[in-house]
Design a protein around this ligand. Structure first.
Ligand code: NAD
Length: 336
């Protein structure tokens, strides 16, 4: 624990600024002293600097080591690469951590879900190597390396050990992509040999999806290549009631960026309507990362209380509260 922390704050665009402001108010209300260093990325940065990801955003995160980020719109088919993919690759944030935990009061067909997705964040089909082969065919190249696969698997096992989880499941399609997914699986097996205290198994990704829907209680921590990780983590968000309550973190050896799983939901921008819970829970992950576990527990308890009571929750949770009213209720609950 430190006296105060410098944290880079990226409000993002669409609903980003509203939900990030709500999350900041909740974090500030814990009493943990944070000096927020606000920088802009996304559509605002494109208008002001001619790029959605100016260099000073990356420089700020390199300096503070920690960022809280709102979602950023990726224009389909424009010349710019996704801000999110560029950020993760430029800062070598090689793990995308996405816990999916049931919160009583959030409407879902499932109860007691407690799953953790550890997604490789730097390569696979997200390496951005695509080209046309003549006018009527296109190729995307899937890159899988032993180094990236082993380090994400090691993170999954270290996480499992630290958080006292029982099992790591590696997810792949090595029966078809024998070389690329085969290497991912082989790397996970190599790392698993160093962790005899944690159970290890593997699943083919299509079967994994069905099993998660039918018997999610059988699973615990999952480690996946980038694309499957993206898809399966949305599936897991669905199990706990949707994107409004799904937090995430992008983690490297020296830096971490905390952000909700969901996007910028442009149709709700500026309406004080969006649910800030996923961003607030991302801030909970950030507080834990900073060593402020007690403050993180208080925020978590207040979120559970407000959602459980169901009186001051946003439209997607069945209520009529605005983004800021729900944050007020969480802050009020922390002071009770
Ligand atoms: P989205 O997550 O923005 O929206 C999907 C659905 O969920 C919509 O119906 C939306 O209204 C709803 N929703 C999402 N967040 C919500 C919240 N906090 N409260 C209430 N409802 C919420 O996904 P999309 O529409 O596919 O993407 C919109 C843009 O966001 C795209 O440009 C995409 O590239 C970008 N995106 C950014 C990130 C990121 O910055 N990390 C992640 C995903 C998508």
């Amino acid at each position: 624990m430190a006296d105060s922390y410098e944290v880079t704050l990226i409000p993002g665009d669409g609903i980003g600024p509203e939900i990030v402001a709500a999350a900041c108010r909740v974090v500030n209300a814990t009493g943990v002293a944070i000096e927020w260093r606000e920088v802009i990325a996304g559509s605002g940065a494109l208008a002001e600097y001619g790029t959605p990801l100016p260099d000073h955003v990356l420089a700020s995160i390199r300096q503070t080591g920690v960022a809280l980020k709102g979602p950023v719109t990726t224009p389909v088919g424009s010349g710019f690469r996704s801000v999110n993919v560029t950020l993760r690759q430029s800062l070598d944030l090689y793990v995308n951590l996405r816990p999916a935990v049931s919160i009583p009061g959030v409407k879902s067909r499932y109860e007691d879900i407690d799953l953790v997705i550890v997604r490789e964040n730097t390569e696979d089909l997200y390496a951005g190597i695509e080209h046309m082969v003549g006018p009527d065919a296109a190729e995307s190249i899937k890159i899988i390396t032993r180094r990236a696969s082993e380090r994400v698997a090691r993170y999954a096992f270290e996480y499992a050990r630290r958080e006292k989880r029982r099992k790591v499941t590696a997810v792949h399609k090595a029966n078809i992509m024998k070389m690329s997914d085969g290497l991912f699986l082989e790397s996970a097996r190599t790392v698993a040999a160093d962790y005899s205290d944690i159970e290890f198994e593997d699943r083919i990704v299509d079967n994994m999806c069905m099993q998660l829907v039918q018997k999610p209680e059988l699973y615990d921590v999952m480690v996946l290549p980038n694309l499957y990780g993206d898809i399966v983590s949305d599936l897991c968000a669905g199990l706990v009631g949707g994107l409004g309550v799904a937090p995430g973190a992008n983690i490297g050896d020296t830096m971490a960026v905390f952000e909700p799983v969901h996007g910028s939901a442009p149709k709700y921008a500026g309406q004080n309507k969006a649910n800030a819970t996923a961003t607030i829970l991302s801030a909970v992950l950030m507080l834990r990362h900073l060593g402020e576990g007690e403050a993180a527990d208080r925020v978590m308890a207040a979120v559970r209380q407000v959602i459980g009571e169901g009186k001051h929750v946003t439209y997607d949770l069945g209520g009529s509260a605005g983004t800021s009213e729900m944050a007020d209720a969480i802050i009020e609950s922390m002071s009770r």
